[in-house]
Design a protein around this ligand. Structure first.
Ligand SMILES: [Zn+2]
Ligand SMILES: [Zn+2]
Length: 172
């Protein structure tokens, strides 16, 4: 996902559009928390701003995640807007709102920036579905698929609270 700025680098405020669709491997970029099962597509505009290039656009793909309760792999669409700044030399402190990346000559690789954007958009504890029941802590049965015969005190903590509440009321 390389953008070549050579056409706009000599003209202040010049703009150029871009559009990519590419297979990406997040693990190769240091993100092994997710995979992308669809090519990553992005489009947007680059603006020559001072000694930097401001790149804005939107991205979309489908991520494969692992459910934090049952361990099942599931797919989830990922999409969003991004805004990153590419500048020469070592990227300085991020004083602006955008993440800052280093230019490579007249070019920039948008890939790592987007993989990072996607990573930070993912839920901390992915769930295959909102009400995933998870695995039995005793035998490992996937409780989404059936129950097991373990004697578990797996009452929903909300009910537990309610039970205490009712008891309290009874005794008073
Ligand atoms: Zn699950
Ligand atoms: Zn069990």
């Amino acid at each position: 996902m390389r953008i070549d700025f050579s056409k706009i680098k000599l003209i202040p405020e010049a703009r150029q559009t871009f559009s990519f669709t590419e297979e990406m491997d997040p693990a190769a970029g240091g993100f092994d928390e997710y995979r992308l099962v669809r090519p990553l597509s992005c489009q947007g505009e680059a603006v020559h701003e001072g000694d930097a290039f401001l790149v804005r656009g939107e991205y979309a793909s489908t991520a494969a995640l692992q459910c934090s309760r049952c361990g099942r792999r599931f797919e989830s669409p990922v999409s969003g807007e991004f805004s990153v700044r590419f500048q020469g030399g070592a990227p300085t402190d991020e004083s602006g709102e955008e993440a800052v990346y280093a230019l490579e000559g007249d070019q920039a690789d948008l890939g790592p920036a987007l993989l990072s954007e996607i990573f930070f958009s993912l839920p901390m504890q992915p769930l295959c579905r909102e009400d995933c029941r998870g695995l039995c802590p005793c035998c490992g049965t996937d409780l989404n698929e059936g129950s097991c015969s373990c004697q578990r005190a797996d009452i929903d903590p909300r009910w537990e609270k309610l039970k205490g509440f009712i008891k309290q009321n009874e005794s008073s």
